[in-house]
Design a protein around this ligand. Structure first.
Ligand code: PLP
Length: 367
């Protein structure tokens, strides 16, 4: 079937570009001598996680326990939950998941002694053990303990607790992923984590407390971390790319970017009220706007503007082709993670041919 026969709005994934992106990031990370642990918050889909693992990824990350539940059910064997959890209900779900999938490695990020003690208590009662990564502050000022005594105290707290084990640390500088120029981005990314690696070398290693795993980095910063001491990279968006990632300077600084856009939203023109304005059936319930507006694929003469929950406004210029009711338009999302969260299904395409579909099983799992 040709994509123009699809009902809309539809979320399309170009399987050829997807495969190239997956292979390219795996090659980049392997060349750095690191493990790739892709962040599945970008695609929220067990099938794609397994494709990344088949290409060489060590395991995967998820942001939420709900996503971990879906991926574990889908057969993913090694899952890092990159956000701390709180409260008995959540902790009991984590432990229940570990018991349900005993051969799956579930790793949990923490940044407070209360999380450690609660997870440890419940895990011990249920006779499982949960490996923990301690999140450290690395410039984003979100979660994370300061490098220094706060980190040391948490390592000791984990070691004193049954039911949990100290695996390592997480340092993710999310605020730097989209700094526009490559040199500035790389410089800032290294500066943000240097205190951690100095502390590991000067304090933790002599105490025998060096982390086995240091996890972090994303699509925008992975290349900065060569030789620093990270063991694994958590890049996520590279599978699809989006308009905001496309606008930063690529690490190759060459005409051909490393990663291409594999994700698009197909929309239909539903109204043409003026010669310079058409309206499509994809508003913010389809295309997220947290990182700006979507772009019309391969046509700079048309500007997309969100026209509300269900409407997208296309501003046409003199160069634009004339649009008619029923015409189809491909839009490049500004932010892949939050756009994917709007859809139940990826329509798989190769060029303009539909080749299959896959359920986005963890979409909406913000729990
Ligand atoms: C903790 C963490 N690691 C990794 C990523 C992946 O980053 P990116 O999608 O920029 O590659 C994210 C994205 O938000 C994140 O929150």
């Amino acid at each position: 079937m040709h994509i123009n026969e699809l009902d809309t709005p539809a979320l399309l994934v170009d399987v050829d570009q997807l495969a190239r992106n997956i292979a390219m990031m795996q090659q980049q990370i392997s060349e750095l001598g690191l493990n790739l642990r892709p962040h599945c918050k970008a695609h929220k889909t067990p099938e794609l996680a397994l494709q990344q693992i088949a290409a060489g990824a060590k395991g995967v990350c998820v942001a939420k326990l709900g996503e971990a539940e879906v991926l574990a059910r889908g057969g993913v064997q090694d899952i890092l939950i990159t956000t701390p959890i709180a409260g008995l209900k959540k902790v009991q779900r984590l432990i229940a998941l570990q018991r349900q999938y005993p051969t799956t490695r579930l790793i949990q990020v923490v940044d407070h002694i209360e999380q450690i003690q609660l997870i440890g208590k419940e895990a011990q009662q249920q006779q499982v053990s949960i490996p923990l990564l301690i999140e450290v502050e690395s410039g984003q000022q979100r979660c994370g303990v300061e490098v220094g005594d706060e980190l040391l105290n948490l390592i000791r707290a984990i070691q004193a607790c049954n039911g949990v084990s100290y695996l390592g640390v997480q340092a993710y500088s999310g605020h730097l992923q989209q700094v526009k120029t490559l040199n500035e981005r790389n410089h800032a990314a290294r500066e943000a984590v240097l205190p951690l690696f100095t502390y590991i070398e000067q304090v933790l290693t002599p105490l025998g407390l060096a982390p086995s795993v240091v996890s972090g980095g994303g699509t925008g910063t992975f290349a900065a971390y060569q030789g620093l001491g990270f063991t694994e990279i958590q890049a996520g968006s590279y599978v699809f790319m989006d308009a905001s990632y496309r606008s930063i300077e690529d690490l190759q600084q060459a005409s051909e970017p490393l990663f291409g856009c594999a994700l698009s939203v197909l929309a239909t023109v539903i109204s043409t009220p003026k010669p310079h304005r058409a309206v499509v059936d994809a508003g913010m319930k389809s295309l997220s706007i947290d990182l700006g507006m979507a772009q019309v694929l391969d046509d700079d003469s048309i500007r997309y503007q969100c026209g509300g929950d269900e409407h997208g406004i296309l501003h046409l210029s003199q160069q634009s082709q004339k649009l008619r009711i029923g015409d189809k338009i491909l839009l490049l999302p500004s932010h892949c993670d939050t756009t994917v969260n709007n859809f139940d299904t990826f329509v798989l395409v190769s060029g303009t041919e539909v080749v299959g579909e896959v359920a986005i099983a963890a979409r909406g799992r913000c729990d």
